[in-house]
Design a protein around this ligand. Structure first.
Ligand code: NAG
Length: 396
């Protein structure tokens, strides 16, 4: 028993397998074979070479962006004195990295001084008498540090008094129509320089064919002026599928996306910026708690008698983020060899598929499978049995 088993082991270990060619004159099998080959070739040519450009070396973009907003506005509302606005008033900060913010709406609280005043009424600040207010207590959601007194906020409500910048800001009545509605007509010049360090390629979005007189009068438009780097804010917002005046009320974040994907091969030689626009903060129609974008800042003054006052501004507006991305590709011999090898290895699947078809789907499959594997050991064994001797190792 064991001896027979070991003999078999020996056979399997030292048997040498060599392919034998079978020619199958069957049109169906031939079709499957050629069709599978065609699929592999299409994959290599169509997807690997044309779509993926796997023959290229790649590099990702390094970029710098500067912006300049232009435009004026004039406001004349009941809340505020008539006022003229220019860039220094509505763009904050005056320069930033890859983004700029334009004020479109605001709540202004002028003439605040360091003093005491009753809190805005809400369940945690209303009081009946001084016992309800704790001296020194400060609620982060409140407006100041409690003095321990309960004061009349109005004729009907009493609230705890706080030490704060008074009068307190009342930000519940935000103008329903954006204060700076004319911000829709402001324009922004975006200057963007990029580098692909690996290929030593430098480009900028003010293309060589743009001259200064064109730059003075052009305005970006996907159809007519796709290369002009000057954008009207209203167009940016509407290309992102939003309405400027709606967005201006509560603010938001908008992405200006510059795609610098380049094909640097001489036969393609294309390297231009492509602009697209998209709203980045979520504007979910149902889950719409705390929408928009706002922040506060103040301007400080001293009155003639030396008292410090400030004007508090809660600014709502649109932040424009400029996002630059892209990869450049150029023919390289190493990626060509590596990717071609990887793709062509799929050719080894062709016989697998064809064999499967041959041995399961054809009418003469039994004949084919009989011829496909020939084990000379078995021949030898049957022979040796008939000759009545022990096993001879591959005698033929
Ligand atoms: C923006 O400009 C257009 C055309 O110049 C004008 O019709 C529109 O009223 C302006 N928008 C605002 C809010 O002033």
């Amino acid at each position: 028993m064991t001896a027979g088993f070991c003999q078999r082991c020996l056979h399997y270990t030292f048997d040498y397998e060599t392919p034998k060619t079978l020619v199958i004159p069957n049109i169906g099998v031939g079709c499957v074979f050629r069709f599978t080959q065609l699929l592999v070739v299409l994959y290599v040519v169509g997807y690997v070479c044309v779509v993926q450009k796997a023959y290229q070396e790649t590099d990702s973009v390094i970029s710098s962006v500067t912006t300049k907003v232009k435009g004026f506005a004039f406001t004349n509302t009941t809340d505020m004195d008539p006022r003229f606005w220019d860039v220094a008033d509505y763009v904050i900060p005056s320069q930033g990295d890859n983004s700029f913010f334009v004020i479109t709406n605001m709540v202004v609280t002028p003439n605040q001084t360091q003093s005491r005043c009753p809190e805005l009424p809400n369940p945690s600040t209303t009081c009946v008498d001084d016992c309800d207010c704790i001296e020194g207590h400060s609620d982060p959601r409140g407006n100041g540090i409690q003095t321990g007194l309960c004061e009349n906020y109005s004729t009907t409500a009493k609230t705890c008094e706080v030490l704060s910048w008074c009068p307190l800001e009342i930000d519940t009545k935000l103008p329903e129509h954006a204060l700076l509605a004319s911000a829709e007509n402001f324009t922004v010049l975006i200057k963007n320089s990029i580098t692909y360090p690996k290929f030593n390629v430098h480009r900028r979005n003010i293309l060589p064919h743009i001259n200064s007189s064109y730059l003075k009068r052009c305005e970006f438009n996907h159809a007519t002026d796709p290369d002009c780097p000057i954008f009207r804010l209203k167009n940016i917002v509407s290309e992102a599928g939003e309405e400027f005046q709606d967005m201006a009320v509560k603010g938001g974040v908008l992405g200006i996306i510059i795609d610098w994907s380049c094909d640097l091969d001489w036969w393609a030689g294309k390297c231009y910026p492509k602009y697209s626009f998209r709203r980045l903060d979520s504007k979910h129609p149902v889950n719409n708690v705390a929408p928009g974008y706002n922040f506060r800042f103040a301007k400080y003054y001293k009155t003639q008698d030396g008292e410090e006052t400030r004007t508090l501004i809660k600014a709502y507006g649109i932040r424009f983020d400029i996002i630059v991305f892209g990869t450049a590709g150029k023919f390289g011999i190493v990626p060509t060899i590596v990717n071609l090898g990887a793709a062509l290895s799929f050719l080894s699947l062709v016989p697998v598929v064809t064999d499967w078809f041959l041995l399961t789907c054809t009418r003469k499959r039994d004949l084919y499978s009989k011829h496909k594997v020939t084990n000379l050991n078995e021949d030898a064994e049957t022979e040796s049995v008939s000759m009545g001797t022990g096993t001879s190792y591959g005698t033929q």
